[in-house]
Design a protein around this ligand. Structure first.
Ligand code: ADP
Length: 257
């Protein structure tokens, strides 16, 4: 049996997937620590342990993500654009537009009917419209980022956040809190702010149905819902959205074997 591994080393998290020779997922791990930390080694160690395997049992390791070049165990590395496209196309072959929002960037990737990338646009210059924006706001609200969704979904009248800059938006949120606005309405506004930034990015290259989200922010139903309204289309989402890059890397690895 030839096993392969895909590891996605992001700015915020490390994701690892181990496939068997039938390309079935044998083990997966997500560690809340990304490049420049021991997160990648921990994610890698976890999948080996879960599968009961050793390094020498693995035929090929492909790394991807922001920190992909720094993982010495890898046999090769590939861009996260290619790996997300591969992972999504394998999981949902009808997808033609991927909206990937990670810890410090956002990308919109268009696929053709063979799953190849036909166009893409990205924001890696500004924290607004990325997971970092949500982390900063969660911190002010003394919440975990994963708690934002349930608040956002309870909102009745989302508060519009008008500052596009994260630093100014932070002051705006603090000022709203001091006015005792409803926290759910405020959080829905925060999710809406991420969605409208990313929708602006998507509109630059145009979207084609079907549309899906990948990356960690896809887990937030508040952002997904706002994006659906902004773009006027349904957004598909898999429970494994955050693993799409690692999954694609593992498939590329298995194609090398
Ligand atoms: P990267 O690959 O850049 O490290 P990820 O795609 O793993 O980033 O996404 C990380 C981001 O996902 C975090 O900044 C956070 O905003 C968001 N996130 C992570 N876990 C959750 C969760 N359980 N619910 C909502 N958002 C989450």
């Amino acid at each position: 049996m030839s096993y392969t591994i895909g590891i996605d080393i992001g700015s915020t998290t490390s994701k690892c997937i181990l496939l068997d020779s039938q390309r079935i997922i044998v083990a997966k791990a997500l560690v809340q620590a990304g490049t420049g930390t021991d997160g990648p080694a921990r994610a890698y160690g976890k999948v080996l342990k879960e599968a009961g395997l050793k390094r020498e049992d693995i035929a090929y390791i492909m790394s991807t993500g922001y920190g992909r070049a720094s993982f010495e165990e890898a046999d090769a590395n590939m861009s996260e654009l290619s790996c997300h496209a591969k992972g999504v196309y394998r999981t949902m072959p009808d997808i033609r537009t991927i909206i990937d929002i990670g810890g410090q960037d956002a990308k919109v990737i268009r696929l053709n009917d063979k799953g190849s990338i036909s166009n893409f646009v990205m924001n890696d210059k500004c924290a607004a419209g990325t997971g970092r924006f949500l982390e900063v706001m969660a911190n002010i609200l003394q919440l975990e980022v994963k708690e934002l969704e349930s608040y956002a979904l309870r909102a009745k009248e989302p508060v519009k956040i008008s500052s596009t800059c994260t630093v100014f938006a932070e002051s705006e949120v603090i000022s709203q809190l001091s006015k005792n606005v409803d926290v759910s309405d405020l959080i829905a506004g925060i999710c809406g702010s991420v969605a409208s930034r990313v929708a602006g990015l998507a509109k630059r290259i145009g979207i084609q149905n079907q549309v899906c989200m990948s990356g960690g922010v896809a887990k937030n139903g508040g952002v997904r819902g706002s994006l659906e309204r902004e773009l006027g289309t349904e957004i598909f989402y898999s429970e494994d959205a955050q693993y799409m890059g690692a999954y694609g890397a593992a498939i590329f690895a298995s194609e090398k074997v």
